[in-house]
Design a binder for this molecule. Structure first.
Ligand code: FES
Ligand SMILES: [Fe+2]
Length: 338
């Protein structure tokens, strides 16, 4: 099992209309992704077979992708179906561009670079279009790698420093958590979490209800954060971190929540607030990578970092070509102060 066996988001469905082409980078591979007139999507290596112009700079003509340089034209399987300079004598042969598996799920377009391990499926976005819930979608570019991004999204101790007042205030409270590593994922269940959300509380937990909170990491690039307030309001943050290359990660965030009558009314405010918070994370993670590039990634840990070291153990298995689901199950209790 390797990173290429997994599915990665390359766009939101609405970003690719019929007869349109977009360019994307996934793990350093350049992709020309286009949709034909019937809605079928195709992901080709973004390099013309003729003289290597980027075909994503071309256009889709009658459902086929035409290179901008000399007009060689590709169908959705990547096959060259037209060479203008050969006129009517041209007969399609076996010239075929490299293509990748692509699928659409929950209004996202996914690509994977390998076709091994066909049992691997895209991560199902929780509560997507579930009655009573709404979803706000955001995209942010982080100058850091997938593992450091994912760790940030399930890291509580940073919140009082990077998002003071907004997300959480330092109150010197003791947190307890149960951490489990199983099936290529890490789950953290927090205990005795207090009503400590900075001024974000007015929306997240206006009545000061008891908080249910779990964070999960799913190999190789997904995190979900679930908050339950007073047993009825539910807020989920799902982040899919897509490796553009070794130093850049494009993060697709779904904020999916059910807040009763406030669900729809609060959308602009929730969007704005989330953008402020994620912007703060972008900044600190940019800085982290700047230092990693100069001094290397030599990390030291406190007990609260056990979550991260288990995430890293899963990533290391994939790096070694092994299936992280086969790692032995582990469980631990931790305590830390926020
Ligand atoms: S480079 Fe694409 S048609 Fe010539
Ligand atoms: Fe953060």
């Amino acid at each position: 099992m390797k990173r290429e066996d997994f599915w990665y988001i390359v766009a939101e469905s609405h970003e690719l209309a019929k007869n349109q082409v977009i360019s994307r980078s996934l793990m350093g591979e350049w992709l020309a992704i286009f949709r034909n007139d019937e809605g079928k999507i195709s992901a080709l290596q973004d390099k013309c077979l003729h003289r290597t112009a980027q075909i994503s700079r071309g256009k889709v003509v009658e459902g086929k992708l035409q290179c901008p340089y000399h007009g060689w034209t590709y169908d959705t399987d990547g096959k060259v179906v037209h060479i203008p300079s050969m006129g009517p004598t041209f007969k399609p042969g076996n010239k075929c561009s490299k293509s990748y598996e692509v699928l659409e799920q929950e209004d996202y377009i996914y690509v994977r670079l390998s076709s091994e391990n066909p049992e691997v499926k895209p991560f199902p976005m929780p509560c997507h279009k579930k009655p009573g819930y709404t979803t706000i979608r955001l995209q942010h570019s982080f100058k850091n790698n997938v593992t450091n991004c994912a760790e940030n999204f399930v890291d509580i101790p940073h919140t009082t420093f990077v998002h003071p007042k907004i997300f959480r205030d330092a109150k010197h409270e003791k947190f307890g958590a149960l951490i489990e590593r199983a099936n290529g994922s890490v789950k953290v269940t927090y205990k005795n979490e207090k009503k400590n959300f900075g001024w974000f509380s007015w929306f997240l937990n206006p009545n000061g209800d008891e908080i249910g909170h779990t964070d999960e990491f799913f190999a190789p690039n997904v995190t979900t954060v679930n908050y339950y307030f007073g047993g009825k309001n539910h807020f989920i943050i799902t982040s899919q971190s897509v490796p553009v290359n070794e130093e850049e990660t494009l993060v697709y965030t779904d904020l999916t929540y059910n807040y009763g009558i406030w669900t729809w009314l609060s959308r602009p405010l929730v969007r704005w607030q989330a953008k402020v918070i994620i912007g703060q994370d972008v900044e600190i993670l940019d800085n982290q990578m700047k230092t990693i590039k100069k001094y290397g990634a030599h990390f030291q840990n406190s007990p609260a970092d056990l979550i991260h070291t288990w995430i890293e153990s899963i990533q290391a298995e994939i790096q070694e070509g092994r299936d992280p689901k086969l790692l032995p199950r582990k469980e631990a209790e931790i305590e830390f102060w926020v």
